[in-house]
Design a protein around this ligand. Sequence first.
Ligand code: PLP
Length: 393
Amino acid sequence: MRIYLDHNATTPMRPEALEAMMPYLGARFGNANSIHGWGREAKRALEEARQVIASAIGAREKESIVFVSSGTEADNLAIKGAAWAGRPRGRHILTSAVEHHAVLNTCRSLEEQGFEVTYLPVDSEGLIDPESVQRSLRADTILISLMHANNETGVIFPIAKIGQLARQPGIVFHTDAVQAFGRLPIDVEALGVDLLSLSGHKIHGPKGIAALYVRPGTRMVPHLHGGQQERGRRAGTENVAAAIGLARAAELSVGSMDVEADRLRRLRDRLEAGILGRIEGAQRNGHTDRRLPNTSNISFRGADEESLIFALDLEGIAVSAGAACTSGSLEPSHVLQAMGRRPDIDGGGLRFSLGAGTTEAEIECALDLLPGLVERIRAAAASGRPAPALAYG
Ligand code: PLP
């Protein structure tokens, strides 16, 4: 039995999304910018996909959706685009210490260009205080970028509340909703955001496609130069097939969200209660309720997370520690550290993230295996023997 519990890293594509894409990988191959029939056919499909994404996040105009290649690109375009456009007014950016590296490293690159960034702390449950955002505003603040849901812990930031307190004319408000989209109801009007990032491969859509919502009137300098695609905001021939796949996956994820959230929460809670009940020294990371329904992050004192990932992998079970892009390294999680956890003492966090295909039988199987694996790794660590493998790649 192979059990995939790493849906925050990526998800298997829905067959319906693949099916919707196929004609545009074959006979309907036109360039959406061509004026002949092939081009018009591709353009029509692209605009329909744009409308679906706009509707899925409550955006009034489909033109507010910019298709890009990844959530990382959406974050880069949002942050650098808004920072460069706002430079004449100020140089200060507000973000949090627990953002995905797509945001953190983009902010760091802007610091090298003379911007000043405040990385707001979180509490021990991973939550941010909306008033701390308001208190950290400066006269020269031009951008706030805060994630909607954390990829490691699933903890949800109160974006609408933060917007009410901190949003002001002249300050652009961006949220990275890559993990939240398709898992939480999202309405850009209710959230009060100017920019919002989402990504296809997290919602059972294809990789290589994502979108940035840009509220009409938001000033943003493009970072790719070339043709006038995406209304001059992102040059490069559009990936029509992938945009269609993203739209189909979005329709299905948003359409089944309520039922699916209940189902996943039940399975996740069963997994979590089982682990915490059966394994001494196991500790949940992140707020109990203010979390994505599919995510659980647990530390096992005395058992390092790489060894656990490897041991589970040998049993056919995929989980992860931190972000997928850093799970092969021994770097402790910046998210858990920001929450005051001590990975060397408490154990690093193991992330279990469930998805559309996760079943009760899979959860029971993982629960049966875990206590023995944790015990073995603890025993190896206590005896000074090397952990089963640290070169997890
Ligand atoms: N932001 C968050 C919160 C994420 O979890 C991820 C991916 O893990 C990204 C951004 C980057 O998205 P992508 O993998 O599409 O580049």
